[in-house]
Design a protein around this ligand. Structure first.
Ligand SMILES: NCc1[nH]cc(CCC(=O)O)c1CC(=O)O
Length: 324
């Protein structure tokens, strides 16, 4: 059988995700050979600049897509939450494998510093660079000191341990995939302690915890192999959440969150738009047909805009433009 070249970023998280995909493909097709190719991305090279200041959500993705379009690799594995909502011509998101924990987690430097946003000490220093996270943290706890933190998960945890922050907010999925957290509330990473944040308090990023496997649209052979890893529930959630983001024309630059879950009556999608200072968070939610996931995402986005999200986004765009 064929040999596939799998393109990935070089970070530890990107590599475990890619190894997981390669193993899943080899399990499904025992005679298939899959080889990893590490591709360095602009996002990895500008780690000293806040991601929201760099602006472009496609930072981690573009170089991988170039390699794919140039046939240097046959498939790429991405964190779906890092992907722009537009896929380049000639490429296709061929599979969204089973979602892992979509929540964020609070990682406190040591036991006794609190177990959720409400119990962090007054004025605690919290490291996060995401506008979505800062908007929601400021809403619940305007007294906290929010500071940018860049770098991969290991770097962030090292900065926490060294005392630069009292707490971090990270994606549960990253910690789980790196084998740093088993999902138990209160589990430790060295001295640090991990507590999940419920979506009712911290609505997750669009497609958080979902991988996207990208192939060339005209490479039927690779597409067919990769499609075997697709999970219908993860795909429906990714499509709904990404359609919501696309309708809001979001990116890293605006505080937007969305979380879709399957229920007995269909797919339930909750979305949020917040102000940068967290003074206002607008929410909307609807249940719809998972087969019409993108329509559901657009409908919830329209409701967010109508409920005040439009004014919030206009004001943020002006603020961010003035800062440039
Ligand atoms: N922004 C970087 C990024 N992209 C994907 C993940 C975690 C894995 C995932 O959400 O699938 C992370 C780290 C984090 O936000 O803590």
């Amino acid at each position: 059988m064929a040999r596939l070249l799998l393109g990935t970023r070089g970070s530890a998280l990107a590599r475990v995700q890619s190894v997981w995909v390669a193993d899943a493909l080899r399990t499904a097709f025992p005679s298939l050979e899959v080889e990893l190719r590490i591709i360095s991305t602009t996002g990895d090279r500008v780690l000293d600049v806040a991601l929201s200041a760099v602006g472009d959500k496609g930072l981690f993705v573009k170089e991988l897509e170039h390699a794919l379009l140039a046939s240097e690799v046959d498939l790429c594995v991405h964190s779906a939450k890092d992907m722009p909502t537009a896929t380049p011509d000639g490429l296709v998101l061929a599979a969204f494998p089973v979602r892992v924990d979509p929540r964020d987690v609070l990682v406190v430097r040591q036991a006794g510093l609190g177990t959720d946003l409400a119990t962090l000490p007054a004025g605690a220093r919290v490291g996060t660079s995401s506008l979505r996270r800062t908007s929601q943290v400021r809403h619940h706890r305007p007294d906290l000191q929010l500071t940018d933190v860049r770098g991969n998960v290991d770097t962030r945890l090292r900065k926490l341990a060294s005392g630069q922050y009292d707490a971090l907010i990270l994606a549960a999925a990253g910690l789980r995939r790196l084998g740093l957290w088993d999902g138990t509330p209160g589990a430790q990473i060295g001295e640090a302690v991990v507590y999940p944040l419920e979506p009712s308090v911290m609505l997750p990023a669009v497609a958080q915890g979902i991988l996207a496997i990208e192939t060339r649209a005209d490479d039927e052979a690779t597409r067919t192999l990769v499609e075997s890893l697709d999970d219908p529930a993860a795909r429906a959630a990714a499509l709904a959440e990404r359609a919501l983001l696309r309708r809001l024309e979001g990116g890293c630059q605006i505080p937007v969150a969305a979380h879709a879950v399957m229920t007995d009556t269909g797919m339930h999608l909750r979305g949020m738009v917040g102000t940068l200072d967290g003074s206002t968070l607008v929410f909307a939610e609807q249940t719809g047909d998972p087969a019409q996931a993108e329509a559901l995402g657009v409908a919830v986005a329209e409701e967010l805009l109508a409920r005040g999200g439009d004014a919030i986004l206009t004001a943020i765009r002006h603020q961010l433009e003035a800062r440039r």
